[in-house]
Design a protein around this ligand. Structure first.
Ligand SMILES: C[S@@+](CC[C@H](N)C(=O)[O-])C[C@H]1O[C@@H](n2cnc3c(N)ncnc32)[C@H](O)[C@@H]1O
Length: 155
């Protein structure tokens, strides 16, 4: 199973790169997390948030592979405890499908793209900046994996 994080935003600050790398390198090959950055839409004074989101959605769509299980990261999505996340991840593994996790840009994800996702996952009821979401996702996926394999990291 492959896990891909398709995240709007490029040129992340060092602390984001470092934070994501810290957890990515701990993950085993069969639960590896790949990161694909999606260029944000150019926002001029005449660019509506809707137009920017649609452009970003097209860019994400170009990178999607057929048959992937799409999971949209949404503030209003379903909150999973770490144990529930580990259970979800166990299910993803058993299904044998690759996973694409979608993180929007400053204006969020295009609703039409979100509607195509099979799940909407909220990692907090707070609206978080998208660079921070990457770090939290990487840590939570690592934490879920440790729970799945009985590694003492999760307690
Ligand atoms: C700055 S937020 C966008 C805020 C936008 N108003 C919205 O409601 O989506 C950028 C992206 O980060 C992700 N995000 C932010 N907070 C989140 C949370 N608590 N749970 C899950 N994803 C979150 C979402 O993918 C969102 O599209």
């Amino acid at each position: 199973m492959k896990l891909r994080l398709l995240a709007v935003g490029t040129r992340m600050p060092g602390w984001v790169e470092e934070g994501v790398a810290t957890y990515r390198k701990r993950l085993p090959r069969d639960f590896a997390l790949e990161i694909e950055e999606i260029a944000p839409a150019r926002r001029g004074k005449n660019t509506s948030a809707d137009k920017a989101r649609k452009q970003e959605a097209r860019r994400i769509d170009e990178r999607l592979k057929g048959g992937e299980h799409l999971i949209a990261l949404e503030v209003n999505g379903k909150p999973w405890t770490t144990a529930e996340l580990a259970c979800q991840a166990q299910g993803w593994r058993m299904q044998g499908r690759d996973i694409a996790l979608l993180v929007g840009g400053p204006d969020g994800l295009d609703p039409a793209l979100s509607a195509r996702a099979e799940s909407a996952w909220s990692i907090s009821p707070l609206t978080l900046p998208h660079p921070l979401v990457r770090v939290m996702l990487a840590e939570q996926l690592y934490r879920a994996w440790t729970l799945m394999v009985g590694h003492p990291y999760h307690r």
